[in-house]
Design a protein around this ligand. Structure first.
Ligand SMILES: Cc1cc2nc3c(=O)[nH]c(=O)nc-3n(C[C@H](O)[C@H](O)[C@H](O)COP(=O)(O)OP(=O)(O)OC[C@H]3O[C@@H](n4cnc5c(N)ncnc54)[C@H](O)[C@@H]3O)c2cc1C
Length: 443
């Protein structure tokens, strides 16, 4: 392979773009790194440095799913994780950094690397003959979006995410909740949905509880879409709106009292194949996390429910990855074009870095002519994230943080405490990941 011949184009010197640029440059490839922030900042940026952390200074926990993702990035010798380790500040059971030092260190690395040419401009034209990796993040510039629209159907490009909370199915109270699909004929108990019924009084109590709940403020550049309003905004418009929207009881009858319809119903839809996790259908929300826990636990059947992921809504450009991407993470119909980082449909700093790294590894193997390359399996964090983007069984693809509901295939004893469970998961996933790294000769 002639590494000198054609440079690799990377668009965006944010978190994922920086990881990819350093990955290829360290391997001797020439890299063109396009970045527009010195000419025009996104509404979230304040600094001229690359790899800017636009909000929190934390890469989150160490002993949970995102902890495992970081473990795996350290195993891959991630430049960004190494920079985080060097610039870290005390943060208990989390990895947090001095954001200035973190970005400065990476900016120096990019600027001083002999194989990296930084091009300070807005990238607006894709050359399909050259390898180009789009890593322009949740606030990708409009002109580049227009360019992407010439290759990606508009219905597969999204500009907001609307995430409903996900709960642990084993913590739902089945004395109240029951399985059935709306309008289902025949045996109701075989329904795909879990339903939490409310009578008039319970519904009114729930609405009242929501009215006083604290919310996360919208950023100045965000607005709500009518088709996707947070539940608390819907109830604000009319106390009946939820009953005619996501809590519609129509077609659902109480299996215990044939013919009796409910006043309102909250439905939960399966999130994973095994049915361990369910999302609360249509419950996208801007309520603060603790408030979601408090208010949504007022729903009969969910009194003690464990939240695996909280709901949210925010401005976020992303593609419908299962439809748009090939298995090697290139764009269907455009074998030289890759979309990665948050734009590919993951959510969060560490996840964006991880997808950047995985895309780089995929391209490197392609350029090496390694046809036997396989991606990590779903019992690892990086594999779980990859399978989230490849999961074609979901009709409504939404970006996701890494969390244990995305993993599959980790054997666990039946009765075990959460702390021990997580420790076992991390140990198993790390071992599997190391096996993958060795078998694929990644390092
Ligand atoms: C307001 C906000 C707050 C967030 N807070 C958090 C948080 O606290 N914790 C967390 O884990 N995640 C957070 N995220 C989500 C996400 O993890 C970060 O946005 C993360 O930086 C995404 O990484 P990335 O590499 O995909 O994109 P980015 O890090 O955003 O990098 C993209 C880069 O591309 C550049 N760019 C865009 N268009 C062009 C173009 N046409 N030409 C050239 N350059 C271009 C941008 O200037 C930017 O530097 C937040 C997102 C937003 C929008």
């Amino acid at each position: 392979m002639n590494k000198e011949k054609k440079a690799i184009n990377i668009v965006g010197a944010g978190l994922s773009g920086t990881e990819i640029a350093l990955y290829f440059a360290n391997k001797g490839f020439n890299v063109n790194l396009y970045e527009s922030k010195k000419i025009k900042k996104t509404p979230a940026q304040t600094s001229n440095n690359y790899s800017e952390l636009v909000c929190s200074n934390s890469f989150r926990g160490l002993t949970n799913a995102v902890g495992e993702l970081k473990n795996e990035l350290f195993i891959l010798n991630s430049e960004l994780m190494n920079a985080a380790q060097i610039t870290k500040v005390p943060a208990g059971n989390a990895l947090a950094v001095n954001r200035e030092d973190f970005s400065k260190l990476l900016t120096q690395k990019l600027e001083s690397h002999k194989n990296i040419k930084i091009i300070e401009k807005e990238f607006i034209k894709i050359n399909d003959n050259e390898i180009t990796i789009i890593a322009t993040g949740p606030l990708t510039s409009d002109k580049l979006i227009n360019e992407l629209k010439t290759r990606i159907e508009i219905g597969n490009l999204h500009f907001y995410d609307a995430i409903a909370p996900i709960v642990d199915a084993s913590t739902i109270n089945y004395d109240i909740a029951f399985k059935a699909s709306r309008w289902q004929k025949g045996d109701e108990s075989e329904g795909d949905y879990i339903n939490c019924p409310l009578n008039k009084e319970e519904y009114e109590d729930f609405i009242e509880e929501m009215q006083g709940a604290q919310r996360v403020e919208l950023h100045s550049f965000e607005k709500y879409f009518e088709a996707c309003l947070p539940v608390e905004v819907m109830q604000e418009r009319s106390s009946e709106q939820l009953r005619y929207g996501p809590m519609k009881p129509i077609g659902l009858f109480d299996p215990r009292y044939p013919g009796k319809r409910f006043y309102a119903v909250v439905q939960l839809r399966m999130e994973d194949k095994e049915g361990k996790y369910y999302n609360i259908v249509g419950f996208q929300t801007k309520l603060k996390y603790q408030e979601q826990k408090r208010v949504f636990r007022k729903i009969p059947g969910l009194e003690n429910v464990k939240f695996i992921r909280y709901g949210s809504i925010h401005r976020n450009t992303f593609i419908n990855a299962p439809k748009i991407l090939n298995d090697d993470l290139s764009v269907k119909g455009y074998p030289n074009l890759y979309i990665t980082g948050q734009l590919s449909g993951v959510e969060g700093y560490v996840e964006s870095i991880a997808m950047g790294m995985l895309t780089a590894i995929s391209i490197y193997n392609r350029l090496n002519g390694n046809n036997n390359f396989t991606f990590p399996t779903q019992d690892t964090a990086l594999g779980a994230l990859y399978y989230h983007l490849r999961n074609t069984t979901k009709t409504n693809f939404q970006p996701s943080n890494i969390n244990f509901s995305l993993f599959s295939g980790i054997p666990l004893p039946r009765k075990i405490k959460k702390k021990e469970k997580n420790a076992l998961r991390l140990e198993y996933a790390t071992n599997k990941f190391k096996e993958w790294v060795n078998s694929q000769k990644i390092l």
